[in-house]
Write a protein that binds this ligand. Structure first.
Ligand code: ADP
Length: 403
């Protein structure tokens, strides 16, 4: 019989969860993780143990469960299986990842009905993200209200941004109504700060830029462990070019699409969130691996892929430049998340473009997956650090238990 913590990370059409079990050294280690995919289309659940062996798999066949409204029921069944599988083990806490905590939540919160209502009220800000996170929280609050449930927010890390970094130049009323620059990927940035502190890195108290480059991508300026500015703003659409999102663009383009191209709001939403970015420009893929592979194998024929990569890099370097100005200098640049951790060629391109700053990359270290990838003489320390958002959530949940 052991204590476990459940960490839930729900997206718009999928839900990931991980179970951490306390071992004899009193450490919580990963014991199982699951993926419920195809919510709203063809739901499929797969659960693996820590050796990556499948311990449970299910395909639902009832067409009623192919509807988006079946989300709660699918999650409920998943949890039923999980609790059954736990046997004598006890879940002592649950962490729920929320993309948005609004202006009110600048730290993780013990969830109850009133917190749930607050978070539900933020749905119009992030309609593609919030419903996915609300659903498992509602189910678990109903099912197991006695277990502490902690909502962890991607916005919270950015609460320290100064007023001028939080504001759009709109009439004040809109800021008061919540139309603000919030910033996202905060749990990932928090992990990087934690890593720097734990390893006694000089960057822990320095001026650092962290590039979180996954399907969603953002870059954040951190001084002395606190956020100063970031590239995402009101929603996770702003800033960099991403897999399928357009990133920053002239806001008047939306009006042009509405008024001249006669697109509906739903069509525009689909266009800027799901059909743009690397996918829209390359007309090939939203996945950086495919873009790089196409360029390597097809050379001159891969013009669109090359343009997508150039645009991605150009906008990333431009945003790094803006953030260096906001920090008034920089001691280190850190790459993390899917592309940041696994693409030496992208890191090389970015560092080459930053030569003027005194950045000097060590090719061998960059290729080999080392943490430090800059040369000793480089004026700026460049590192690759794998992120771990779940670890941060686990630590936050444990603060609300007697562990
Ligand atoms: P998410 O933002 O969904 O959490 P990840 O951080 O896992 O995603 O990043 C996923 C993305 O990372 C993929 O879409 C792909 O573009 C990129 N990626 C993963 N591995 C590589 C690689 N070896 N080279 C280039 N890009 C990669």
């Amino acid at each position: 019989m052991a204590d476990s913590v459940l960490i839930i990370n729900a997206g718009s059409s999928s839900l990931k969860f991980s179970l951490y079990r306390e071992n004899t050294d009193k450490e919580f280690v990963s014991s199982a993780n699951g993926l419920l995919e195809g919510i709203g289309t063809k739901p499929h659940l797969i659960i693996k143990n820590d050796n990556k062996e499948i311990i449970f798999e299910k395909n639902w066949t009832d067409p009623e469960l192919f509807k988006p409204s079946a989300r709660d029921k699918l999650f409920d069944e998943t949890i039923e299986w999980l609790f059954h599988h736990l046997g004598d083990d006890t879940i002592i806490g649950i962490g729920h990842r929320f993309v948005h905590g609004g202006a009110k939540y600048s730290a993780p919160a013990l969830a109850n009905d009133s917190v749930y209502e607050d978070l539900k009220a933020l749905t119009p800000f992030v309609p593609l993200h919030q419903p996915g996170s609300l659903s498992p929280l509602r189910v678990m609050l109903n099912k197991n209200p006695e277990i502490p449930q902690v909502a962890c927010f991607d916005t919270a890390f950015h609460a320290t941004m100064p007023d001028y970094a939080k504001r759009f130049a709109l009439p004040r009323k809109y800021f008061d109504d919540g139309v603000r620059r919030y910033g996202f990927h905060g749990l990932s940035y928090q992990y990087i700060v934690h890593y720097l502190q734990e390893t006694n890195s000089p960057l822990a108290t320095g001026k650092v830029i962290v590039a979180h480059l996954g399907n969603g991508a953002s870059v954040t300026a951190i001084k002395n462990g606190k956020c100063v500015d970031t590239s995402m703003s009101f929603t996770p659409l702003d800033g960099l070019v991403m897999g399928t999102r357009c990133g920053k663009m002239d806001a008047a383009i939306i009006l042009y699409m509405l008024q001249e191209e006669k697109l509906s709001p739903d069509e525009i939403q689909d266009l800027i969130w799901k059909k743009s970015g690397l996918l829209g420009v390359s007309e090939l893929s939203s996945d950086m691996r495919d873009i790089i592979h196409e360029i390597k194998t097809n050379g001159a024929k891969s013009e669109y892929a090359q343009q997508a990569l150039d645009l991605f890099t150009y906008r990333l370097v431009g945003e790094i430049g803006r953030l260096i100005a906001s920090l008034k200098g920089v001691d280190g640049i850190i790459f993390t998340a899917g592309i940041g951790e696994h693409s030496p060629s992208l890191r090389y391109e970015v560092c080459k473009t930053l030569n003027w700053l005194g950045v000097s990359i060590d090719d061998e270290a960059n290729q080999s997956g080392a943490v430090t990838i800059s040369k000793p003489e480089s004026k700026i320390l460049i590192q690759t650090i794998p992120t771990n958002e779940e670890y941060i959530m686990l630590k936050e949940v444990l603060k609300f238990t007697n562990k």
